[in-house]
Write a protein that binds this ligand. Structure first.
Ligand code: NAP
Length: 291
């Protein structure tokens, strides 16, 4: 898809629901500031309309799409090519329409690494690789977002990864999948009482706990056992401060919400659609003004 034209182009978010999404606020100003004649739209898509929606991405004026809950896994069979990391993760959040083909990517994974790096964690090399070999991680959750996080952390060389999830089998399955590709020790737990924290530790909340009500996926007694140099990252960005983040900050830990991940996954998607560097400052400003 060439963007060197003046025709109105389209790109959008495929999901169910989509109305709550921050993606249009993030993406539209980026297209506008670069003078790209594209509209970022919300494409509410129930499961029984998914195939039809994916087919519509092949129209000449379509750049592609973002994909959100509940279709990130379901879209894979409908695409022509899947990026290797997205294939391992088993989830696509960005589709690019190029030369009549649909390509699937997962920018959530790298978006998380960029967010961690922005918070001072890990080294960013010239080739774009992010290195977390000096860190251990505690990943809360084993759902879609956690899968992306787990593969991203393993790919970045994390020293040791512990996956803590309510349903142990899900954490075990994810650990076993990761272990097929990566050598680092990966543990699974469903009870934080058995956690042996290893410093320096990055804690990532990839559960939905804290989004709808004021509950935390990690009890304060567990937080208080972590070394003071631990970093707490909550993928949730709405509310901007979850109970987990509030308690972590009260205990003196460095902590951040998921807005930075949202920003970076969106910026990476923008570059995939347009072939141009994303105007990160504009996108960041748009996000912070709206929250
Ligand atoms: P998901 O696939 O539905 O997974 C939900 C996870 O939360 C599972 O691990 C689940 O555990 C756990 N969970 C849910 N309710 C629980 C409860 N009552 N007690 C204990 N554990 C519970 O959702 P997802 O797509 O991975 O999304 C997870 C979160 O990440 C959401 O808040 C989402 O907004 C956020 N997210 C943020 C970004 C960003 O850019 N910042 C990107 C993607 C996702 P079980 O396996 O035991 O059910």
């Amino acid at each position: 898809m060439s963007i060197q034209n003046t025709r109105q182009l389209h790109v959008g978010l495929i999901g169910d629901p989509v109305a709550h999404s921050f993606s249009p606020r993030l993406q539209q100003p980026a297209f506008d500031v670069l003078g790209i004649p594209a509209r970022y739209e919300l494409w509410h898509t129930p499961a029984n309309q998914l195939l039809e929606r994916i087919r519509s991405l092949c129209e000449p004026d379509c750049l592609g799409a973002n994909v959100t809950i509940p279709h990130k896994e379901a879209v894979l069979p409908f695409l022509d090519r899947i990026d290797p990391l997205a294939a391992r993760i088993g989830a696509v959040n960005t589709i690019v329409h190029q030369d009549d083909y649909l390509y699937g990517y997962n920018t959530d994974a790298r978006g998380l690494l960029m967010a961690l790096h922005e918070n001072g964690l890990g080294a960013l090399y010239e080739d774009g690789t992010i290195d977390l070999t000096n860190y251990n991680a505690l990943l809360l959750g084993a759902g879609g977002a956690a899968r992306g996080a787990a593969f991203a952390l393993a790919e970045a060389g994390i020293k040791q990864l512990t996956i803590l999830n309510r349903h142990l089998e899900r954490a075990q399955r994810l650990a076993a999948e990761l272990q097929q590709y990566y050598d680092q020790p990966i543990f699974s737990l469903n009870d934080a009482a058995f956690l042996i924290p290893r410093s320096p530790l990055i804690v990532i909340n990839a559960t939905s706990l804290g989004m709808h009500e004021s509950v935390s996926p990690l009890a304060p007694e567990v937080l208080s056992r972590l070394d003071s140099d631990s970093f707490i990252y909550d993928m949730i960005y709405n509310p901007t401060q979850t109970l987990l983040l509030g308690q972590a900050r009260l205990m003196g830990f460095s902590a951040s919400n998921g807005l930075s991940m949202l920003l970076h996954q969106g910026a990476l998607a923008f570059t995939l659609w347009t072939g141009q560097p994303a105007p990160l400052a504009v996108m960041r400003m748009a996000l912070t003004q709206e929250t």
